[in-house]
Design a protein around this ligand. Structure first.
Ligand SMILES: C[S@@+](CC[C@H](N)C(=O)[O-])C[C@H]1O[C@@H](n2cnc3c(N)ncnc32)[C@H](O)[C@@H]1O
Length: 426
């Protein structure tokens, strides 16, 4: 059964350039079998399945990959598969630095010479290259907006998980926000990706503010937010913050209230779902009043730690990494540079991890359920993932969960979650 559009074959030395291309392919709707980790030997069987699970095999040919036994084996497997399935496509993409006269390149050409090769450096942009790749396999672009993931937050399970997240993270965020707004008279607040409003409303509880505008792309959530919290001070709009129209409407909102900008722009667990974040941060910067602040909550799985039983946690991390709803699980580390490049100053990380021992261990179970309880995952079918590895790991995680959670609840496992809180000034 074909569960992916492309199998991506490459050498880890080309990771940065390949990842950029694959991100763009995924952004335009392609499902890619792309092993982001260097664990090839452990998953050799999965690689063979991955090659067969895709409609096309893309191999990045570089001075590194032509010497890689793994890449050579993958090419051979793809060509074997082509013999069984004549509709299978093989697409070599030459990265700039290959010596075409080298022995290794000539050896590979025996296998790849009959296919139409694309030379990456002949394309003006990654986008142009990706469109050509799609063209070669007759694939249509299915995502023309700036969404990175397919997150909707609509399922009952995700609603429950978000409630846990809101209650738990409020214990951290509320104090930071009180601190940021200290001394500001009737501040005006914008919440980007407000969902049903629960998160921002709990965070500003007890704070005297002037106006609050919440925006979200999901109209059902906006209806809920208006039903629960809408009044003369609080307004909730359906808006896509990746679109220019939103920024024009937000300017009108400020003008109607005789305001020069927002005092606080709050963005919680949203950036990881978007593409072009740097550009968006620049537009957000322009909506702030002089001396206004942006407060961002973001995730980064690189800061997730666990001891002992790390194999359970590694499997969970792999599952998130390949879930189509999880977005960019490394967004946290990128935020300071995005802020800096967008013109923000006084960038402060208020907190970078939350741990099972915070608040004397009193929030243990909530912390666990936030990330590590598969009962709160929507993962019910292979279509939820971009990689067969994640699909294969899911039953093991489900089987191991109750026992490991029990150990954790007894205090025998320590965990940290990479959830970061940033404050920056206009
Ligand atoms: C994980 S939820 C976070 C909700 C809330 N901020 C919180 O922290 O509980 C992400 C929210 O971002 C919204 N969102 C995603 N892309 C968006 C976009 N382009 N414009 C506006 N909202 C967006 C989603 O609809 C969703 O409600």
């Amino acid at each position: 059964m074909r569960t992916n559009d492309f199998f991506i074959s490459y050498n880890k030395n080309d990771y940065i350039i390949v990842e950029e291309i694959v991100n763009k392919m995924e952004f335009y709707g392609a499902k890619c079998w792309f092993q982001r980790r260097n664990s090839k030997q452990a998953f050799a069987h999965a690689i063979a399945q991955g090659i067969e699970s895709a409609g096309a095999f893309v191999v990045f040919v570089s001075s590194h990959s032509i010497r890689s036994i793994f890449v050579q084996n993958e090419i051979k497997s793809a060509i074997d598969h082509l013999e069984e399935d004549s509709t299978y496509k093989v697409l070599p993409i030459i990265l700039g630095d290959v010596d075409e006269q080298s022995q290794e390149f000539r050896a590979l050409s025996i296998f790849l010479g009959t296919f139409n090769m694309l030379y990456a450096q002949e394309f003006q942009s990654t986008e142009e290259l990706v469109l050509k790749i799609f063209d070669q396999v007759d694939m249509k672009i299915i995502n023309e907006n700036n969404q990175k993931s397919i997150y909707t937050g609509d399922s009952d399970i995700e609603k429950q998980r978000l409630k846990i997240q809101t209650a738990l993270l409020n214990k951290y965020a509320q104090d930071y926000i009180i601190d940021i707004l200290d001394g500001k008279q009737n501040p005006t607040i914008l919440d980007i990706g407000c969902s049903d409003g629960d998160c921002i409303m709990s965070r500003v509880e007890g704070i005297e503010y002037g106006y609050l505008l919440g925006v979200d792309i999901n109209s059902d959530k906006i209806k809920d937010a208006n039903d629960k919290y809408g009044n003369e001070k609080n307004t909730f709009w359906k808006a896509d913050i990746t679109k220019d129209e939103f920024f024009a409407e937000a300017r009108d909102y400020l003008k109607d209230r005789d305001l020069s900008g927002f005092d606080l722009i709050h963005i919680s667990a949203v950036l990881l779902h978007l593409d072009n974040v740097e550009r968006i941060m620049g537009r957000i910067h322009d909506l702030l009043k002089r001396g206004g602040h942006v407060f961002i909550q973001e995730e980064d799985d690189g800061l997730n730690l666990a001891y002992p039983h790390f194999s359970y946690f590694e499997k969970c991390a792999c599952i998130y990494e390949h879930s189509l709803e999880s977005g960019d699980r490394k967004m946290g580390r990128k935020v300071p540079m995005y802020l800096k490049n967008a013109g923000f100053s006084n960038i402060v990380v208020k907190n970078s991890t939350i741990t099972s021992e915070d608040f004397g261990g009193s929030i243990k179970e909530e912390l666990w359920d936030l990330y590590y309880n598969p009962n709160y995952w929507d993962a019910t079918s292979a279509s939820y993932f971009d990689d067969i590895i994640a699909v294969e790991m899911l039953p093991t995680v489900i089987a191991e969960h109750d026992e490991i959670k029990e150990e954790y609840m007894k205090g025998n496992i320590f965990i940290t979650l990479g959830i970061l809180f940033f404050d920056a000034e206009e």
